[in-house]
Design a protein around this ligand. Structure first.
Ligand code: PGA
Length: 262
């Protein structure tokens, strides 16, 4: 695979952290310093939306940029209390946006809502990171049908040219967060990346499917990140807890810079 695949995409999802803008700026500055030196990594930091604007002023160059964790499906301004449109997010410096994270699906976002958010963010010119992932694995392959459905409903209706701005993040729910059963294994991820690529081929056609990077997320840390990149059949990582401390995340960035993807 060529083009943006050669660069690993490493995304830090800060979720609802940190508690102050001062700390957000400090952490971002030190990640940016490291990321700016790494030519084989595209670093994307997704802070809480409230910090985007101040962090956006610190972005220099393309190696370390910003993403949002969520957006709204309507792009026109209007009576949508509490919502933030993709145009607004990109206006303050977010180039990427995470759509359909399992923690948002858990509070009521269904596949249809995810699809609407995705299209409005794409129309606003953003790169979208579409999260998919099963709650649990069963022996009958039901989890594969679940993932396929998440992909099909979100991507079926998008104009094909938008595929160039789509990234898929495979995040099995059982592997996410501090209560995770365990991280997935690189073998789990490899098997799933092949499956996702097959579904993508059916939905958007083989040529476009090959341009879509697939990331893995769920309990990624400096000890396991390299193995996921080397043997997971993926092009990057979506990192939660291990992205909150610059020192830890920078280790993942450094290792990813040295790692060749399969
Ligand atoms: P985690 O979170 O790395 O803390 O498991 C990943 C995510 O939810 O994106």
């Amino acid at each position: 695979m060529a083009g943006k695949k050669d660069k690993k995409i490493i995304v830090g999802n800060w979720k609802m952290n940190p508690n102050s803008q001062v700390e957000a700026l400090r952490t971002f500055e030190s990640i940016k310093k490291k990321a700016g030196k790494l030519r084989n990594v595209q670093t994307v930091i997704c802070p809480p939306a409230i910090y985007l604007s101040s962090l956006g002023k610190k972005v220099t160059g393309h190696r370390c940029v910003l993403g949002a964790q969520n957006t709204f499906w309507e792009n026109k301004t209007g009576s949508f209390t509490g919502e933030t449109s993709a145009d607004m997010l990109s206006g303050v410096g977010a180039e990427y946006v995470i759509v359909g994270h399992s923690e948002r699906r858990a509070i009521g976002e269904d596949n249809k809502v995810v699809g609407k958010k995705l299209i409005s963010a794409l129309k606003a010119g953003m790169n979208i990171i579409l999260c998919v992932g099963e709650q649990e694995r069963d022996n009958d392959g039901e989890y594969l049908r679940f993932i396929a459905k998440e992909l099909v409903i979100a991507l079926n209706d998008i104009p094909r040219r938008y595929c160039l701005n789509v990234i898929i993040a495979y995040e099995p729910i059982w592997a996410i967060g501090k209560d995770a059963e365990r991280p997935a294994t690189p073998e789990d991820v490899h098997e799933m990346s092949i499956f996702i690529r097959k579904v993508l081929s059916e939905v958007v056609g083989k040529d476009f499917a090959m341009t879509i990077p697939i990331l893995y997320g769920g309990s990624v840390n400096p000890k396991n990140s390299q193995a996921f990149l080397e043997s997971g059949g993926i092009q990057g990582l979506l990192v939660g807890r291990a992205s909150l401390k610059a020192e830890t995340f920078n280790k993942i960035l450094e290792q990813s810079n040295e790692t060749s993807v399969s």
